[in-house]
Write a protein that binds this ligand. Structure first.
Ligand code: CMP
Length: 140
């Protein structure tokens, strides 16, 4: 059965471009409940650790540099079938391929600077939530 928790980050490009409020509004309108949230900044080391699964990819260095370039909003969200439902709300990784009205179609600028992250599985959602939040910071 699909889980009811996902993890997201509003990335440095969307924060710099003033889209935090609009993106949180889309998240609320999409029926997600925020069970944890913080405004923070990843060190290069932490960003590298978070995206370790992409270590061998050619864009890894660029990704780590970008994700540690400014503040982000990290959040844990709850809704039935959360992972898949949130990936539908944000749209394809490449904003040029993202469906109309999705968060990435509206606010992303490129495949690298794509406004938001969304966990890709229930297992990763929990791993990523625990990476950013202590148990006492998540109001499940
Ligand atoms: P995200 O959902 O955060 O997960 C991995 C990230 O790697 C992805 O979003 C993109 O921002 C980034 N990414 C994926 N493909 C590329 C690429 N070809 N060039 C640069 N960044 C990429």
């Amino acid at each position: 059965m699909a889980g009811n928790i996902t993890f997201t980050m509003i990335k440095p490009d969307a924060v710099r471009n003033g889209h935090i409020g609009a993106i949180l509004n889309k998240i609320n309108e999409g029926g997600f409940e925020i069970v944890a949230m913080k405004y923070t900044k990843l060190s290069q080391e932490k960003a590298g650790e978070f995206y370790e699964v992409h270590k061998e990819r050619p864009f890894y260095g660029e990704l780590v540099e970008f994700m540690s370039s400014g503040p982000i909003v990290a959040a844990v969200l709850r809704k039935d079938n959360a992972v898949e439902s949130f990936r539908t709300l944000i749209g394809a990784t490449n904003p040029e391929e993202a469906a109309e009205g999705t968060i990435r179609a509206l606010y992303a600028t490129s495949i690298g600077e794509n406004a938001v992250h969304g966990a890709d599985s229930d297992e990763n959602a929990l791993r990523e939530a625990n990476f950013h939040f202590a148990g006492t910071e998540m109001f499940m």
